[in-house]
Design a protein around this ligand. Structure first.
Ligand SMILES: NC(=O)c1ccc[n+]([C@@H]2O[C@H](COP(=O)([O-])OP(=O)(O)OC[C@H]3O[C@@H](n4cnc5c(N)ncnc54)[C@H](O)[C@@H]3O)[C@@H](O)[C@H]2O)c1
Length: 233
C-alpha cells in the first residue's frame, strides 16, 4: 500500500506537535503547516503558513498535490484564544479568532476535498470543551469552537461516504509549560491534567481504519471534567 499522507495544522507546538509525531510513528508521511517554524524530531515536510489566509491554504494544498500526491488525513488543529471582556474586544480580534479556529477548516477541506475523496480519507478537527461550557470573557473562542463542532458534523454529511469527519474536544491539556499544582490534577476525575499525547492517540484512531464506522461524532477528552457536578458544598 502506498504511504498514507497526513496534514497537521498548528503542528509546531503543543497538541499538533504530538499529533504529527504520533501519525509519523503510525507510518504516515507527515506535512506540518504552522505559521511558526516547526522543528519536529521525526521526518516531516514543514510549511510556514497562516491557515486563515485563503491564498496560502490554496498554495499549501496545491503543494501537497504536487509533492506528496495524495492526502489521507487532515488534522485541523491550529487555534488560539483571546480572553478579554467583550467591551474591550475589537472586531478585528473576534474575526481573527473565528478565521483561524473555524474558517480555516472550511478553507482547508474545500481545497483538499478531491484528494481526500480519492484517498477515502479522514478529517479530524480539534475543538474544545469550551464549545459547550464557558468561563467569563471567552466569547470569541467559545463561538469559534462551537462553530467547529457544527462544521464537522456538516462535513461528515457532505463528504460521506468517501470521507469521514470527526471532532475531538480536549479539556485542559498541558501545552503552555504552566506550573501545575496538585489541586490542578486532583480536580480531574482521572486524577491528572491532560497531556498532548492523550489527544494524539485519539486523533490517530480517528485518522485510521479502525474508526471506519465513526463519522460526524465529537469525542470529549477532558479527564471527566465536563461530567462533574460542581455545586458548592
Ligand atoms: N491546550 C489546551 O488545553 C486545549 C484545550 C482545548 C482545545 N485546544 C485546542 O487545541 C489546539 C491546539 O492547542 P495547543 O494548546 O496545542 O496550542 P499551542 O498554542 O501550543 O499551539 C498552537 C499552534 O498553532 C499554530 N497556529 C495558530 N494559529 C495559526 C494560524 N492561523 N496558522 C497556522 N498556524 C497557527 C501556532 O503557531 C502553534 O504552533 C487549538 O485549536 C486549541 O484551541 C487546546
Amino acid at each position: 500500500m502506498a504511504e498514507r499522507v497526513a496534514l497537521v495544522t498548528g503542528g509546531a507546538r503543543g497538541i499538533g506537535r504530538a499529533v504529527a509525531a504520533r501519525l509519523a510513528r503510525d507510518g504516515f508521511r507527515v506535512v506540518i503547516a504552522d505559521r511558526d517554524a516547526a522543528q519536529p524530531d521525526h521526518p516531516a515536510r514543514c510549511v510556514q503558513v497562516d491557515v486563515a489566509d485563503e491564498a496560502a491554504v490554496t498554495a499549501l494544498v496545491g503543494g501537497i498535490r504536487a509533492v506528496e500526491g495524495r492526502l489521507d488525513a487532515l488534522v485541523s488543529n491550529a487555534g488560539f484564544m483571546i480572553r478579554k471582556p467583550m467591551r474591550d474586544l475589537a472586531l478585528a480580534e473576534w474575526n481573527a479568532v473565528l478565521a483561524t479556529n473555524l474558517t480555516a477548516t472550511f478553507l482547508l477541506v474545500r481545497a483538499a476535498e478531491a484528494m481526500l475523496r480519492t484517498a477515502c480519507g479522514s478529517v479530524v478537527t480539534i475543538a474544545s470543551t469550551r464549545a459547550r461550557q464557558s468561563e467569563p470573557d471567552t466569547e470569541c473562542y467559545a463561538a469559534s469552537k462551537g462553530g467547529l463542532v457544527a462544521l464537522t458534523h456538516a462535513l461528515a454529511m457532505s463528504l460521506g461516504p468517501d470521507v469521514r469527519a470527526n471532532c475531538v474536544s480536549p479539556g485542559w491539556i498541558h501545552t503552555k509549560g504552566e506550573a501545575l499544582r496538585p489541586e490542578d490534577h486532583a480536580q480531574h476525575p482521572v486524577g491528572r491534567v491532560g497531556m498532548p499525547e492523550d489527544i494524539a492517540g485519539l486523533v490517530a484512531w480517528l485518522a485510521g481504519p479502525e474508526s471506519g464506522f465513526v463519522t460526524g461524532a465529537e469525542f470529549i477528552s477532558d479527564g471527566g471534567m465536563t461530567r462533574k457536578m460542581i455545586y458548592a458544598e
